[in-house]
Write a protein that binds this ligand. Sequence first.
Ligand SMILES: [Zn+2]
Length: 320
Amino acid sequence: MGEWIETVTGKIPVEDMGKTLIHEHFIFGYPGYSGDVTNGPINADEALSAGTKAANAVKKYGIKTVVDPTPNECGRNPELLKQISEATGIQIVCSTGYYYEGEGATTYFKFRDSLGTAKKDIYEMFMTEINEGIAGTDIKPGIIKLASSKDEITPYEKMFFDIAAEVHKETGIRIITHTQMGTMGPEQARLLIELGVEPSKIIIGHMCGNTNIDYQRDTLKTGVKIGFDRFGIQKLVGAPMDEERINTLIKLLEEGYEKQIMLSHDSINYWLGRPLEMNDDTATLVKDWYPTHIFENIIPDLKSRGISEEIIKQMFYLET
Ligand SMILES: [Zn+2]
């Protein structure tokens, strides 16, 4: 038997993941949402119905597994994910890890670092969740989430990279990352590999945030996988337009990198805190930011530009 991966409903052989979306959020909240519950109350029924709707929608396109790498402090909710999975039959992989310094909740581990225990604490957090389960449940993360800032991996963030690499070496768990505004992809890959992580077990996220082909090649040459995982997010959070993503992607496909690329949307199907309010211009730019956009719009576009079914298929399988 080959390798296994944990889903929120138990572990499965990696080859049973099938067609996969590598980066979607069933629920997400920027840290701080929990202070605004008076006007942005958390409605468990709404979260479940939004998640179930999203899971059923991607299922129609043959998706079997969704990876939800919501950081621990951004509203990660494994029990909700389990309910969505049981209601729809979609396999869901959740993560363990903290968000990048600029948008994560840093105070807790910075305080613990000042007392000298943060590294030990983070190691225990990863290992307990991986071996026993999250917060007293038997639901285990299938992947570690790491994140870095624009143009740097800060000392705070590096602490998580160091420990994740150690935990990977002990458990074999995969690693998925957040890169900020199209920076630090190659650096993240090299750092993790130097720390002893197997390149094929690393997914460098949000690589489609950078349209420079050398940046892409520099990362891909290390042997890692990359996420072109923000289709539908245009201009928001510094993202390029879909058309620019597609042009970059096609160049990489022409160079034969399809086995190292995964497509996804980084969609957020239920916001913790208040629902989003956007002006008309922003709303127009992100009108396609939903988890079936790739199937409805991007794949037809790729096909019309000569990309074959076989190559497109490769970009939905973690194991190729
Ligand atoms: Zn994300």
